[in-house]
Design a protein around this ligand. Structure first.
Ligand SMILES: [Zn+2]
Length: 264
């Protein structure tokens, strides 16, 4: 079993067996990986809180031939980003970013730029006055890095470069579509204002270090959020919790009638 050292960001961590944890990370040189941390849930575990989501860490891993699950033997925390776990708005936005990475990246396919973009995104969240907007901008960047860059230069369905009328964003086609293609889409397109289109194009173009300078409110924010939300759902194959899910009012619990001896 060879020892592998990797710098990684913890995407998620869940209980496993009696006292262990299975951790999904994005490692700079290994891509998305899963590892088991034996005894991580014991009170005096050597891992402590080092495997909490959003933590940037240095891992010692053992790789077993024929097994995709690494064994995590040691963790050094490089940046705990604990501030992201102390505020519901920050936590939800950070969760959205790591969920998108977990959902759209294949296993074991490293992209150091994606790693740095996620690292930068989480760090800028900690200083953001509008976490949901920061998460939105970084989702656009992350989609671009994983081969799902929203297409805004030509029709994403037929390739036509001259598109008349209001811009229509098709979540299924992954970008703007011309009017005839919009009419043929199986799901409703999001109609974008020129301001929303300009915001989306800037978010795609700007470097991660500059993208947080963009601001969106009102109609632009609503339209771009809807377009990206629906596009991410298509790419991920399922709905992910939104960037503000912890701040939303709790839904009333629905009473479920369970007949005697039956199942709800
Ligand atoms: Zn078209």
């Amino acid at each position: 079993m060879p020892l592998v050292k990797a710098t990684a960001i913890v995407l998620r961590s869940r209980k496993w067996g009696e006292a262990d944890r299975i951790v999904t990370c994005y490692a700079k040189t290994l891509g998305k990986i899963r590892g088991v941390a034996r005894g991580a849930r014991r009170q005096k575990s050597r891992f402590g809180a080092a495997l909490e989501p959003f933590t940037v860490c240095r891992l010692d891993l053992f790789e077993k031939t024929g097994d995709s699950l690494f064994r995590i033997s040691h963790v050094d925390v490089l940046s705990s980003l604990h501030v992201l776990r102390e505020d519901l708005g920050l936590m939800a936005a950070a969760a959205r970013m790591v969920n998108v990475v977990a959902a759209v990246t294949p296993d074991g396919d490293p992209d150091p730029v994606l790693f740095e973009t996620l690292e930068q995104g989480l760090a800028s969240l900690s200083q953001s006055g509008d976490p949901a907007c920061t998460a939105l901008l970084f989702q656009i960047k992350l989609l671009g890095l994983t081969g799902f860059r929203p297409q805004t230069d030509h029709c994403a369905a037929c390739g036509k470069t001259r598109m008349a009328g209001a811009p229509h964003f098709s979540p299924l086609a992954g970008g703007l579509v011309c009017m005839p293609c919009a009419a043929r889409q199986h799901t409703r397109c999001v109609v974008l204002s020129q301001g929303s289109l300009a915001f989306l194009q800037q978010a795609i173009r700007l470097a991660p270090s500059l993208v947080t300078r963009l601001r969106a409110t009102g109609r632009v924010r609503d339209e771009v959020e809807e377009a990206i939300e629906r596009y991410v759902t298509v790419v991920a194959g399922r709905r992910l919790p939104p960037a503000d899910f912890l701040l939303r009012a709790p839904q009333p619990v629905q009473a479920v009638f369970v007949p005697a001896g039956g199942r709800a």
